[in-house]
Design a protein around this ligand. Structure first.
Ligand SMILES: NC(=O)c1ccc[n+]([C@@H]2O[C@H](COP(=O)([O-])OP(=O)(O)OC[C@H]3O[C@@H](n4cnc5c(N)ncnc54)[C@H](OP(=O)(O)O)[C@@H]3O)[C@@H](O)[C@H]2O)c1
Length: 275
């Protein structure tokens, strides 16, 4: 069994560790964690005492076959620098960070590199993990990583240049969709005596059913036609969305893509300042 190192134990790496343990994809004794605030791992250790927590990132690099880096984008190059001289030809780096390209990682790590963009939906075994393997990755190692992430998500191999716009659609989407559901529910509660909670429950339950129908092959335009009969009431609502939503979603992509560029510039600056 490969030893899997996790650097950083925040939202994403916690989700991955929990998911890999729950699905038995990885044994507790094969998991090694280092993170800035070590106490955050204590609740995991109470349930899985065989998981190892190391003081520093270099110690993880001494033993791990694969290291999943789950720190914030601007912190990635610092971590890479710490572990760059340790067994690097033997370690397969998997970076979860948005905006940190494999070419930049390759400046610090001459070994195998994969980028994965996970979704918080994988907390419940759902959602997509975008995946891109750098040219350094052989087919067997690529399959290993894809199989591992398939235990908690649907793995979607994708060209690295598409990570940012696709990230909006699957990684940012749980936040974006929650905002939409919440606004829908709040508007409902402003226009009747139902509580916001009751409205949200109706929206979410219906969104779940709608998503299932679409996932099972229903065509969205057909579904719209079935519910929004010509001249009917729903059609009035659909018309409002048709008129107003394209601009809203275009604005969303324009804004997030510009922000990705800014963060990338900052990361490149940080990396450039490194000895
Ligand atoms: N959140 C999402 O939905 C999502 C989705 C896709 C991709 N991502 C990517 O996943 C990465 C992690 O995101 P996250 O939401 O899990 O962030 P997070 O909750 O802030 O977790 C980051 C973790 O890294 C630790 N850390 C920071 N610097 C470190 C260092 N030098 N050495 C060791 N550990 C260090 C932090 O320690 P402390 O506990 O002391 O802060 C924290 O535990 C990011 O790069 C992000 O772009 C996130």
């Amino acid at each position: 069994m490969k030893k899997i190192g996790f650097i950083g134990y925040g939202q994403m790496n916690r989700m991955l560790v929990e998911g890999f343990l729950q699905t038995s994809a990885v044994n507790p004794e094969d998991i090694i964690i280092s993170t800035r605030t070590r106490e955050k791992v204590d609740p995991l250790l109470e349930r899985y005492p065989d998981v190892r927590v190391f003081k520093g990132n270099p110690e993880v690099a001494e033993v791990a076959d694969l290291i999943i880096i789950g720190v914030k984008p601007l912190e990635v190059t610092g971590v890479l620098r710490e572990i760059s001289d340790i067994r690097n030809d033997k370690i397969h780096i998997v970076s979860l960070a948005a905006c940190v390209g494999t070419d930049l990682i390759a400046r610090f790590h001459p070994g195998k590199i994969t980028r994965i963009l996970p979704s918080i939906c994988s907390t419940i075994g759902e959602g997509i993990s975008l995946c891109y393997h750098h040219e350094s990755v052989d087919p067997e190692s690529a399959r290993y990583v894809e199989d591992l992430f398939s235990t908690i998500s649907t793995v979607k191999p994708i060209d690295e240049t598409l990570f940012e716009p696709a990230g909006d659609l699957m990684s940012c989407a749980p936040a974006l969709l929650s905002r939409i559901f919440l606004e829908f529910a709040l508007a409902g509660s402003r226009h009747c005596s139902l509580s916001p909670e009751e409205c949200l429950d109706m929206v979410v339950t219906t969104a779940f059913g709608t998503a299932l129908m679409l996932q099972e092959g229903a065509d969205p335009e057909d579904l719209i036609r079935q519910v929004a009969t010509p001249g009917g009431i729903t059609e009035e609502g659909v018309k409002i969305f048709e008129r107003d939503l394209p601009a809203v979603f275009d604005k969303l992509f324009e804004t997030t893509l510009a922000k990705y560029d800014l963060v990338k510039e900052k990361i490149a600056e940080t990396a450039g300042q490194m000895p």
